[in-house]
Design a protein around this ligand. Sequence first.
Ligand SMILES: Nc1nc2c(c(=O)[nH]1)N[C@H]1C(S)=C(S)[C@@H](COP(=O)(O)O)O[C@H]1N2
Ligand SMILES: [Mo]
Length: 246
Amino acid sequence: MKKPKQKELIHLIKPQLTRRKLLQITGFSSIGTLLSSCGTPALEDLVGKLSEPVNQKVEQLIFQPQKLVPEFSINEIQPQELIVNSFRNTPIIDVDKFKLIIDGEVNNPLSLSMAEIQNLPLSSMIIRHVCVEGWAAIVQWGGICLRDLIALSQPKATVKYAFFESADGYYESWDLPSVTHPQTLLAYQKNGQQLQIENGAPLRLASPIKLGYKQSKWVTRVTLLSQLSNFKGYWEDQGYEWFAGL
Ligand SMILES: Nc1nc2c(c(=O)[nH]1)N[C@H]1C(S)=C(S)[C@@H](COP(=O)(O)O)O[C@H]1N2
Ligand SMILES: [Mo]
């Protein structure tokens, strides 16, 4: 096997990205420091130390303050309104063996277990989910900020898109600014509880800036790319709009 040309530290976190290792690497002594929300200085310090100093364009996107969508309060959550909407059957996923892959034009491809992902800081938001089929629901989602994972993968300056693969054969692609928006999560909690399999467990996209069909359930792989293929998205390839912003 070819030895990767990565810094020793990066190599170290690759197979097992535990909070303890992150703390060791960053020199943070208290867990509290890392528990801040998405894109705060704690993560900036962390990624600043891990990433190559080059790649300014992508780094700017990851850290630039993007406009936050106002959130709702807990008593506005509409637990009954989120309709399960799947184009195929619910896939069967062995969560113990599950790995989220982050690859493509990155310096540090990642393969993360759910335990590793759940050891990273949890972000929570209460937002409106909007389906083009004419329904909407206010939902609480908890999970990991996608841009924190993207930052750990050290994207190259060429990256413009993320392509998402799902266990049911669904696929999606997003523009990088939307991927790195601080309210774009890979969620594993819904309305204060562990995410149910019908809603995309173990990991699904959740974001207040995109329509429902952009929010892939059962995400298994995120590939960072400078160009998209002819496959843009399951619904987009049947005529739906690609950007699909809210
Ligand atoms: N993998 C996958 N993701 C998907 C879909 C799907 O069929 N498969 N449907 C999309 C659509 S159209 C909507 S509105 C939401 C619905 O999410 P829910 O089933 O959790 O309500 O998931 C989106 N993500
Ligand atoms: Mo939808």
